[in-house]
Ligand binder design. Sequence first.
Ligand SMILES: [Zn+2]
Length: 238
Amino acid sequence: MRVTALGSGDAFCSAGRGHTAWLVDDAQGTFAVDFGATALLALKRLGRDPAGIGAIHFTHLHGDHIAGWPFFLVDAVYRGSRKHPLAVSGPPGTAARLQALWAACYATAAQRPLAFAVEMAELLPGAQVEIAGRTIRSYAAQHMRAPEVGLCLRIGPVAFTGDTGSIPAGLCDGAALLCAECTGSGESTDRHLGWQTLRAQLPEVPRILLAHLGADARASIRPPPGVEVCDDLHSVEL
Ligand SMILES: [Zn+2]
């Protein structure tokens, strides 16, 4: 299994980093977790064909996590001629938000049906579902203002925090890898994890990747063994 940070930065592309998103290659194929505005660029820099992605799992509906969707579609429609289905999951409202984004960016194309099926699953926290051959468990992230919902995701052996002010109980149980946001160098806020808090309460996971880095995060983090601070396209083999 290979896990790659398509981007490693926060919403502001601090320090020139792309929006944080993850690409995972496993026995079932390839999936992405989040797909922000810079994700397609990252795939192309890796020499990866977006058609190889079988599923995209969105943690929440902020632009730095979803704004690559119209570019994913426009690539699939005009360059790639995708015909095979794409599984998509996200919190409630994902289908409508993605369609609005597509229509806002490519109004004419969005009026036509896609040549491939988008198999949409909207997940509430606490859900456990099978998508594209993998077990997905969703947890409540501490990030969005109600009624919007943010999710932390457990997909097979990998835990993803998305954006959250704290890591929910159970997310990391038995995980082989944690892909965590680490927006700041100081204490966690009510919406984002910070290194000072995270370091004091590191989950018991053999390997931890830090991304969603803010402007001051990289320089201030001295990662202990088992923790890696990602740059864009940082990749690990499990
Ligand atoms: Zn966010």
